[in-house]
Design a protein around this ligand. Structure first.
Ligand code: MN3
Length: 247
């Protein structure tokens, strides 16, 4: 059966289950997510550093617009989309994304885009503000094991980020055994929708780099490593191994 038809039938089934007053009909198929993380009403988390903290690699104006305008809009639009659906607002952000196909059809696209955006950016700010350099801690050994070396990881990551057509994210995923892998996703599509967990990632939407780098996305990708906070990456890695990494 063509994928399009399978998807249409699945969504129709999910919509019927919700219309009948239950979201439990498809619960068995929903990917598991860790407890915790953002819940409704969603709020914009403050930047964990000043807007200038990632200069000269990420300029202050980009940080202020990206956080105060783009991320703030995802939060506002997500709250607006879910506010009239108490069965949805009772879910965490991670659960909303993992169970996207069970949500009422009229809000699925809004949750996918704005919920995905809120999850990604809430992680993204915490990943920066560091000093870059070579990885430290337990994640350094995992990088060597799964990519061969840190430069090989950087090269592969920068390539998937450069090749992502249009807007999206370059990602390192981590599974429950701690195994790392490269990925990219378009727009704000979250791997949480597939039951997958992000260790870290870089935003390759033009709004993340255009003021400073214009169309030079590969240069932005290369420079971004200079602000990566390995302490955050290690904390996320430890949480992923414990099954407590929510977004
Ligand atoms: Mn962004």
């Amino acid at each position: 059966m063509p994928t399009l038809f399978r998807r249409t039938i699945m969504l129709a089934g999910a919509t019927a289950a919700v219309a009948a007053g239950t979201m439990r009909g498809h619960a068995a198929a929903a990917p598991k997510v860790a407890a915790g993380g953002p819940v409704y009403p969603f709020t914009l988390p403050p930047l964990p550093y000043t807007a200038t903290a990632n200069e000269p690699y990420i300029d202050a104006q980009t940080m202020e617009l990206h956080h105060g305008k783009h991320h703030a809009a995802y939060v506002a639009h997500l709250n607006e989309a879910v506010k009239s659906y108490p069965r949805v607002t009772s879910l965490s952000l991670a659960e909303m994304l993992a169970r996207l196909n069970e949500l009422p059809e009229p809000i699925q696209a809004a949750v996918r885009n704005n919920g995905g955006g809120h999850a990604y950016h809430s992680m993204f700010w915490t990943l920066m503000g560091g000093k870059g350099g070579a990885p430290t801690g337990p994640v350094a050994a995992a990088i060597d094991r799964d990519f061969g070396s840190f430069p090989k990881l950087q090269d592969g990551f920068n390539k998937v980020g450069a090749k992502q057509f249009g807007s999206g994210w370059a990602l390192v995923l981590v599974d429950r055994a701690g195994k790392l892998s490269l990925a990219a996703r378009p727009n704000q599509d979250s791997p949480l929708m597939e039951g997958k967990t992000v260790l870290f990632g870089n935003d390759v939407w033009e709004h993340a780099y255009y003021l400073k780098y214009q169309n030079r996305r590969p240069e932005y990708l290369a420079q971004w490593w200079n602000v990566l906070n390995w302490q955050t990456v290690n904390a996320r890695y430890a949480a992923a191994l414990q099954g407590t990494l929510s977004i």
